[in-house]
Design a protein around this ligand. Structure first.
Ligand code: G1P
Length: 291
């Protein structure tokens, strides 16, 4: 069994739900207190033992490349001013043994298409897909848990979580029949079904471990929900040939693709932040008392 060493981060999306801030910058660079969403995603992959980070980018995403690159001017300036702590923060964005690789997705044709753009870099290996706007608060991380499952079961592993039935049309939804427990064989998967026809309320969250055969399926899928090439449809096609497991991870997921989820994550991480935690707690108490 091949080890998982590569993670694909599809970051070419337009981020229209966060306009106007996303007009000229990447939604993946939105901060949770002081750290961008994409850095949380990369750290989760590092914690899972992944060494090659493959970013599928598009226009207006230059900030992501700059973020994971060396910042000469900034480092020189901080060095001159003797700001060692800040220098360390700037330097430690990504550990030195990690490779960052960038490929472009020329057209916004969907998540499946974005993953297909990474094929020349991933090659003939299993790999992870991480969607940075699903922020998972847990230690050592959902992806690490999934890699452990993959190493034991040698099949695709897809993170899921229960959602309200009225929300099924925002997610890929899996059908695991009557199976229970944290790891359930997937019988079927469908992209964004209406609540009335959703086979369950188990929703796909943005963490996937996939075998290389997914690329062959992505080659063949036609445009699905929203007129896009859907990763879900390729996984559905693969299910006829290979086993895949739905995995209920430990931890809390914040949907940082939505304004409410993003604000919730900022409050949760802010309360825990050594610099601002106490001040934020006092502020929240204050406004609670006023209402
Ligand atoms: C994508 C996937 C969907 C999955 C979701 C998780 O949808 O297509 O199956 O449930 O991510 O966040 P998107 O949120 O990009 O519309």
């Amino acid at each position: 069994m091949k080890k998982i060493t590569k993670a694909v981060f599809p970051v070419a999306g337009l981020g229209t739900r966060f306009l106007p801030v996303t007009k000229a910058t990447a939604k993946e660079m939105l901060p949770i207190v002081d750290k961008p969403l994409i850095q949380f995603a990369v750290e989760e992959a590092v914690d899972a033992g992944i060494t090659d980070m493959v970013f599928v980018t598009g226009r207006t995403k230059r900030a992501i490349e700059d973020h994971f690159d060396k910042a000469y001017e900034l480092e020189t300036e901080l060095e001159l001013r003797g700001k060692q702590k800040l220098l360390d923060v700037a330097r430690e964005v990504v550990p030195s043994h990690i490779n960052c690789i960038y490929v472009r997705q020329p057209e916004a044709l969907g998540l499946g298409h974005a993953v297909l753009c990474a094929r020349p870099v991933v090659g003939h290996e299993p790999f992870a897909v991480v969607l940075a706007d699903d922020l998972i608060d847990s230690s050592p991380g959902a992806l690490k848990e999934m890699v452990d499952v993959y190493e034991r079961e040698a099949c695709s592993v897809i993170a899921v979580e229960n959602v309200a039935r009225e929300d099924t049309s925002s997610y890929g939804i899996v059908d695991c029949g009557d199976a229970t427990g944290a790891e359930r064989p997937i019988k079927a998967i469908v992209e964004k079904p209406e609540p009335a026809v959703a086979p369950s309320t188990l929703a796909v969250v943005g963490r996937y471990l996939l075998t290389e055969e997914i690329f062959g399926e992505l080659d063949n899928v036609t445009r699905g929900a929203g007129g896009e090439i859907q990763l879900t449809d390729a996984i559905a096609a693969l299910l006829g040939k290979q086993r895949a497991l739905a995995y209920s991870f430990n931890g809390t997921r914040y949907d940082c693709g939505s304004k409410l989820g993003y604000l919730q994550a900022n409050i949760q991480f802010g309360l825990r932040h050594p610099e601002v935690g106490d001040g934020l707690r006092a502020f929240l108490r204050n406004i609670e008392n006023q209402s």
